[in-house]
Design a protein around this ligand. Structure first.
Ligand SMILES: Cc1cc2nc3c(=O)[nH]c(=O)nc-3n(C[C@H](O)[C@H](O)[C@H](O)COP(=O)(O)OP(=O)(O)OC[C@H]3O[C@@H](n4cnc5c(N)ncnc54)[C@H](O)[C@@H]3O)c2cc1C
Ligand SMILES: NC(=O)c1ccc[n+]([C@@H]2O[C@H](COP(=O)([O-])OP(=O)(O)OC[C@H]3O[C@@H](n4cnc5c(N)ncnc54)[C@H](OP(=O)(O)O)[C@@H]3O)[C@@H](O)[C@H]2O)c1
Length: 567
């Protein structure tokens, strides 16, 4: 293309330009397809003479127009423009991010760091109970943050009981106020929502509280909560819309049940609660509700914590049962009815055994559904732009660079098919994607050996393979499992939960006994697992573990000296 781009010192360029201008015309005249090229150039730029000058991708014009712009200082001004220097004239933004949660916010701020013009659309569709929240996505508003804080509230209750054995004396009966806890948690979340808005403004990311939906190639419709529609275009798009809780599809579920999206801001204590589901969300919520002194039952369709090491999962279940949580196994609800108005009121739950032979009934104040989450991909116009989803799950398959089948559309976080649904994973993928797109980086998100923790009353930290998957992948003869039970020193004086904490590591014999699975059940399991996960990432072997000196007296030392009893 016979264009020229000014990129450095304008006065030198002006001299060079005066020399090059006749040369371009000369070349175009004598080139075989000269006339054709000239026609195309005219069609694209409406200019009749060459060279045609672009500065920061903005068309200035031909020789005369360029010199004029230079004399008027316009070129210098354009060259000094930072921040929005790469938006193609035809697009409003370099990048539009749909979803202002963990992944979307991380990616948008990172892209803006490299001078890109970025728009983030975030919109929370209210739950069937009418609950909504602010900027920041699931983790901050209805996930990790309120969950961990309520888990802490429950742990403090346990600590109060323990404290008597350590000599603390308090007369009155200890009571917990759901309202005080919820207000404190929600106030903290409010401060985080505000902080996110400020940080977007500081980083010059445009934020709109609007629902984003593709309406055509490179074009999105943003609808705010008053129904006002705006249309924006961008060179690239990032889908980071996350997931929302699934409902059972039985009579009464949406009318009377709540989900984790409602629980953390519930204005009244939920009372006697039935938790339906047996994974992370279900067991964590059941755990802290019981820890706050509520009567809690968990209805399990099949197994606990599908996908996790089953030995660990069952130990979590046993511990919860010993601490008063009831489990109804191999049953699913078929109907929920309201039998008493009020907050919380009373509900009747009818359930059927999974073999279809038995029907049971139970009365609860609250039914919390935690039966999985659906990707928010079916109402955002993906069909209009041709982005493929897995029709069954709604999840988006992407390349190892988080690119969808439509090259200018990317996706990260919980909407991805076959990836872990965790906040740090969404953040890492978002940051690295922005760096690859706009800073010439090549590093891809590494989804292997991602550590995680289940914040049940007895916390469970894991990294790498479960025992079942390791056996299946490498064969029994190639796997060595080391394990230990332990009793945290802090629990000895109140003499509780002896031999309930447990740790195991799984090693690959064929690979120098490399640690390929790490599992620990005990206090602060998340803190412990985070450290070991770094070592696993570095290729930790059993011999290196044995050669590491422990810290005494802490729980994590048991993970180093397996098969030994340190207390
Ligand atoms: C109860 C619970 C506890 C959890 N605990 C943990 C934990 O302890 N640790 C951990 O690592 N992970 C935890 N998670 C998972 C974690 O919250 C998610 O993995 C993480 O939030 C995913 O980030 P994301 O950016 O993909 O999506 P999200 O954070 O869900 O953000 C998506 C955002 O997009 C918005 N949105 C959706 N559609 C549109 C649209 N069309 N237009 C505009 N905006 C839209 C949504 O309202 C939301 O704000 C928990 C999840 C739950 C439910
Ligand atoms: N601490 C953390 O890091 C943390 C905490 C919470 C959530 N998360 C993330 O959030 C994701 C979603 O978690 P999740 O617990 O909502 O979902 P999930 O992992 O998909 O589990 C869904 C649970 O609901 C059960 N279930 C599904 N349909 C049911 C039905 N019709 N009736 C009864 N039970 C039913 C499933 O049982 P079956 O096993 O029988 O299918 C399973 O126990 C997780 O994958 C995780 O990555 C992370």
């Amino acid at each position: 293309m016979m264009g020229i781009i000014f990129s450095a010192c304008t006065s030198c360029c002006a001299v060079l330009f005066a020399v090059l201008a006749p040369l371009y015309s000369f070349l175009l005249y004598f080139t075989e397809d000269g006339q054709k090229l000239q026609d195309v150039l005219y069609e694209l730029t409406m200019e009749t003479s060459v060279p045609i000058v672009f500065v920061q991708q903005k068309q200035i014009g031909d020789y005369d127009k360029t010199l004029k712009a230079h004399k008027e200082g316009k070129i210098q001004k354009l060259l000094e423009t930072k921040g929005h220097d790469h938006v193609q004239d035809s697009y409003d933004y370099d990048l539009i991010v749909i979803g202002g949660g963990s992944g979307g916010l991380a990616a948008s701020k990172e892209a803006a760091k490299y001078g890109k013009k970025v728009l983030v659309l975030d919109y929370v569709t209210p739950t069937p109970q009418g609950t909504r929240w602010g900027l920041g996505g699931t983790c901050v508003n209805v996930g990790c943050i309120p969950k961990k804080l309520m888990h802490q509230a429950a742990l403090l209750g346990q600590a109060l009981q323990d404290s008597r054995k350590f000599g603390w004396q308090f007369e009155e009966k200890v009571k917990h106020s759901w309202e005080t806890m919820t207000e404190a948690v929600q106030n903290y979340i409010g401060s985080l929502n505000w902080g996110y808005r400020v940080s977007l403004r500081e980083k010059k990311v445009t934020y709109e509280n609007a629902f984003g939906e593709f309406v055509g190639p490179h074009t999105i419709k943003a609808t705010n909560n008053k129904g006002k529609e705006k249309f924006y275009t961008a060179e690239k798009f990032l889908i980071a819309t996350g997931e929302r809780p699934r409902y059972l599809g039985v009579p009464g579920d949406k009318e009377y049940c709540i989900s984790s999206d409602d629980l953390f801001s519930l204005p009244y204590c939920p009372g006697k609660t039935l938790v339906v589901g047996a994974s992370y969300v279900a067991l964590e919520c059941a755990g802290f509700l019981a820890g706050l002194g509520l009567d809690v039952t968990v209805m399990v369709r099949s197994i606990l914590l599908r996908g996790f090491d089953q030995e660990m999962a069952n130990k979590i279940g046993e511990h919860m049962e010993e601490h008063g949580v009831k489990f109804i196994k191999e049953f699913v609800p078929t109907k929920v009815e309201r039998i008493e108005e009020g907050t919380p009121g009373k509900l009747k739950v009818i359930a059927q055994s999974t073999d279809g032979r038995e029907i049971i009934e139970g009365e609860y104040n609250t039914v919390l559904l935690a039966v999985g989450r659906d990707a928010c991909t079916r109402t955002i116009g993906l069909d209009k732009v041709g982005v493929k989803i897995n029709e069954r799950s709604g999840k988006i398959p992407v390349s190892d660079e988080e690119q969808t089948n439509v090259p200018y559309i990317y996706a990260i976080g919980d909407v991805l098919e076959g990836k872990l649904e965790l906040t740090p994973v969404a953040i890492q993928a978002g940051r690295l994607l922005a760096r690859r797109l706009y800073a010439g980086a090549t590093l891809k998100c590494d989804y292997v050996n991602v550590p995680t923790t289940v914040f049940t009353p007895l916390e469970y930290g894991a990294c790498g393979f479960s025992e079942e998957t390791a056996l299946e992948k490498f064969g029994e003869e190639n796997i060595e499992v080391y394990h230990s039970y332990f009793w945290p020193l802090e629990w000895t004086v109140p003499s509780r939960d002896n031999n309930k904490c447990y740790a195991k590591i799984i090693c690959n014999i064929q690979d120098n006994e490399r640690v390929i699975g790490f599992h620990v059940l005990g206090p602060n399991a998340g803190e412990v697992t985070q450290g070991f996960s770094a070592a696993i990432k570095c290729g930790l072997t059993k011999a290196q573990l044995d050669n590491t000196i422990g810290i005494h007296p802490v729980c994590a030392e048991v993970c180093i000296h397996h098969k030994s009893n340190l207390i």
